[in-house]
Design a binder for this molecule. Sequence first.
Ligand code: NAD
Length: 249
Amino acid sequence: MNPGELQGRVSFVTGASRGIGRGIALALSARGSDLVLGGRKRDDLEQVAAECETQGVRCRAIPMDLVDASSIAAWASEALKAFGRVDHLVNNAGITIDGLLLRMKREDWDRVLTVNLTGAFETTRAVLPAMVRARYGRIVNISSVVGLMGNPGQANYCAAKAGLLGFTKSLAREVASRSITVNAVAPGFIDTEMTQALQEEARDRMSGLIPLGRLGTPADVAAGVAFLLSPGAAYITGEVLNISGGLYM
Ligand code: NAD
């Protein structure tokens, strides 16, 4: 890690109240980036903001709900007003509502697509004009290896995560001429509340499939995100970085 390499930058991170989003916020603050944290729960966001501020960066916790486009627009506008700029957007927030397709309800399909895919579209739409004006920006979308591999019981989630990859590559081509890069990170099986909800047996079965022999941590994913935001990644765009301990290769 190169402390200070993101100094002077402002990073917007969604779903920053816990899990991978919290890990990303901590990793970016450790590298000197100021932060805007988005998510539904103000108290949890403020707790993460306080942790990040111990690194000497400025941090704002601004609640938002990805199912509500007007709340996303208000979040981005308040954040832009607070810092006057946005250098990085990390579309991290996501949900799962699992079930076999034959039993999947339309509302569960819609909600997963709305939060994981349409939410990223809305946040990106809200901040992109500022990046285009500045002729600088880095966008990282948190997808999943199951968006590449598929997974039974997750047709809605896999469709959303695969959709994010198409979104990433198309947008990368659209905005490259403005020095804006757009990449995706595809985590494997990461130890967070999302996966802690699974049965112990399913977790053990999954770990057995990972060549590196363990679940990933939020810090493992955050290190990849921080790299894509770093000066060293300036010539990388439209890429998908798998962080899965070899689960997908
Ligand atoms: P998590 O459930 O621990 O955290 C999800 C975050 O998203 C929370 O902060 C939550 O408040 C926020 N969020 C959910 N719905 C929201 C909404 N409507 N509006 C605003 N914020 C909302 O999950 P995690 O494991 O930290 O996952 C983070 C991202 O990584 C997700 O996109 C997830 O799909 C992806 N991912 C996770 C894993 C894994 O194994 N944990 C693997 C691959 C990809």
